[in-house]
Write a protein that binds this ligand. Structure first.
Ligand code: NI
Length: 137
């Protein structure tokens, strides 16, 4: 059976601040640079959700893309778009909202909603040149 990966792109704008509460402002500024700005700043995040699996012989789909689109819209875009990640998204109350941590949070949310027979991989662009990937291990 041919395994195919289907991809869906999505987008959200969000604000964050990177800092370690145990550190001084100076040390935070040294480690996190502009991202430590106490007044927050925004990014245009680009998300690519990749789902890999067998082609269903009945539908010809790996996963119905409309279902995937709606899942991303409801579970990720509604939760993250135009939000202050530190202040408004509970997963980041105690967790630094770096791209690395955001991609793991997104993966965990979507993994719980997608058939376990399908492999899930997430790519998150924080800037056009900086991006992270996570596949659950
Ligand atoms: Ni930043």
């Amino acid at each position: 059976m041919a395994k195919v990966t289907v991809h869906r792109k999505a987008h959200f704008n969000a604000a964050h601040r990177l800092y370690n509460a145990d550190w001084s402002d100076a040390r935070n500024a040294t480690v996190f640079g502009k991202c430590a700005n106490p007044h927050y700043h925004g990014h245009n995040y680009e998300l690519i959700v990749a789902v890999k699996g067998d082609i269903n012989p009945v539908t010809g789909f790996v996963m119905d893309m409309k279902i995937l689109k709606d899942l991303i819209a409801h579970e990720i875009e509604d939760k993250f778009d135009h939000k202050n990640l530190n202040e408004e998204v509970f997963e980041f109350k105690e967790l630094n909202p770096t791209a690395e941590n955001i991609v793991v949070v997104i993966w965990n949310i979507l993994r719980a909603k997608i058939d376990t027979k399908l492999q899930l991989s997430i790519t998150l662009y924080e800037t056009p040149r900086n991006f992270v990937t996570y596949s659950g291990n």
